[in-house]
Design a binder for this molecule. Structure first.
Ligand SMILES: NC(=O)C1=CN([C@@H]2O[C@H](COP(=O)(O)OP(=O)(O)OC[C@H]3O[C@@H](n4cnc5c(N)ncnc54)[C@H](OP(=O)(O)O)[C@@H]3O)[C@@H](O)[C@H]2O)C=CC1
Ligand SMILES: CC(C)(CO)C(=O)C(=O)O
Length: 316
């Protein structure tokens, strides 16, 4: 596998700009980065690093329907989950067959669909990096994390290794894994137990440890653990319900001061990623004949919020 030098980043939001600006620091090694959105942002973009240092780079800016040339070595799709299919549809017409695609979305919705549809190798990435947009030319890298990459069927290992090397060398610690499907479901389990509740009650993650929220989280974890057992997905450490419980409370403690992404979306009047996070759990529960009233109620509430938005981009 040759080095991945030419990167197109589609979705110039928080995570997209973080990846673009970190990769752009490797320009002396031949790395070229273009950022593609629905609208063209200013070419000069600043990343504020976790220690507060501003890092400014000039990036190639384009829109998805008029991408730059020559074609890329790899395309990173970094839109929200509900926007991924539309972005891919627009872009696909401009890509030579065989172009590798990396899907960075949370949840487990577009990943199997786009793996099937894309005319080339597809990797999925899951990351604990944290970033938010400060303005049209400024993004803040809020906290360091780790990125795992791999194909849903465990294949394309050389490509995954090359991508992980490239990200790692650019300051985004990354590793290729053979079990990305399980990793995506593990993150989805954490997001399902935390995000809908903090969005509903408009609280920081750490407040979930207190009454009256703690028993609500516990009830969701029990439903999630049942679905995971039926799907054959184990927690990263420990076993069964206790393993899922330990994972969720560890993340709550580690992110106690955070406003979770779904809460930020609700507060900003943006669509949430509930369909990509709770949708796969509800579908799996239905496949296995399991009743999951708590998860169903949370999904119904988030669907209600989505239909009240001016632009309900995440219908139920
Ligand atoms: N931010 C983070 O720290 C993390 C995010 N993630 C995941 O990464 C994904 C992206 O999140 P995040 O960066 O925060 O989201 P943002 O909302 O900040 O960014 C999404 C970007 O996608 C753009 N977009 C939407 N539709 C299209 C389209 N059709 N073509 C091109 N671009 C489009 C949006 O542009 P426009 O301005 O036009 O709407 C926006 O710039 C999500 O699935 C999230 O869960 C995972 C871990 C951490
Ligand atoms: C882990 C958690 C809940 C941290 O806030 C997150 O991933 C999110 O906000 O979406």
């Amino acid at each position: 596998m040759s080095e991945l030098n030419r990167h197109w980043i589609v979705g110039p939001g928080a995570l997209g700009r973080l990846i673009a600006l970190r990769l752009a620091t490797r320009a002396s090694e031949g790395v070229e980065v273009a950022l593609l959105g629905r609208r063209r942002l200013a070419a000069s973009q600043t990343l504020v690093t976790p220690d507060g240092t501003p890092l400014t780079r000039a990036l190639t800016m384009a829109t998805v329907d008029t991408p730059p040339s020559p074609p890329p070595d790899v395309v990173h799709l970094v839109t929200k989950a509900y926007a991924a299919d539309a972005a891919h549809r627009t872009l696909a017409a401009h890509l030579p067959p065989g172009t590798p695609l990396v899907l960075w979305q949370n949840g487990f919705d577009c990943q199997p669909r786009l793996t099937e549809r894309h005319a080339g190798p597809v990797l999925c990435a899951t990351t604990t990096e944290g970033a938010f947009v400060a303005s049209d030319d400024r993004v803040v890298h809020a906290g360091h994390g780790q990125t795992l990459v791999g194909a849903l069927d465990g294949g394309h290992r050389a490509l995954a290794d090359a991508l992980a090397r490239r990200l790692d060398g650019a300051g985004l610690p990354a590793r290729a894994v053979g079990d990305i499907r399980a990793r995506l479901w593990q993150k989805l389990a954490v997001n399902a137990a935390i995000n809908p509740l903090v969005a509903r009650f408009r609280i920081r993650n750490g407040q979930l440890r207190d009454r009256p929220f703690r028993p609500m989280v516990e009830a969701v974890i029990i439903e999630v653990a049942g679905i995971m057992a039926a799907e054959g997905v184990a927690p990263p450490e420990g076993e069964g319900l206790e393993g899922w419980r330990a994972l969720v409370w560890r993340v709550v403690a580690g992110t106690a001061n955070n406003r979770a992404s779904m809460l930020q979306d609700v507060l900003a009047g943006r669509p949430t990623e509930h369909r990509a996070i709770l949708g796969p759990l509800l579908a799996a529960a239905a496949r296995h004949g399991q009743e999951v009233p708590r998860i169903a109620a949370l999904q119904a509430e988030l669907c209600g919020l989505a239909t009240n938005l001016a632009d309900p981009a995440s219908p139920c």
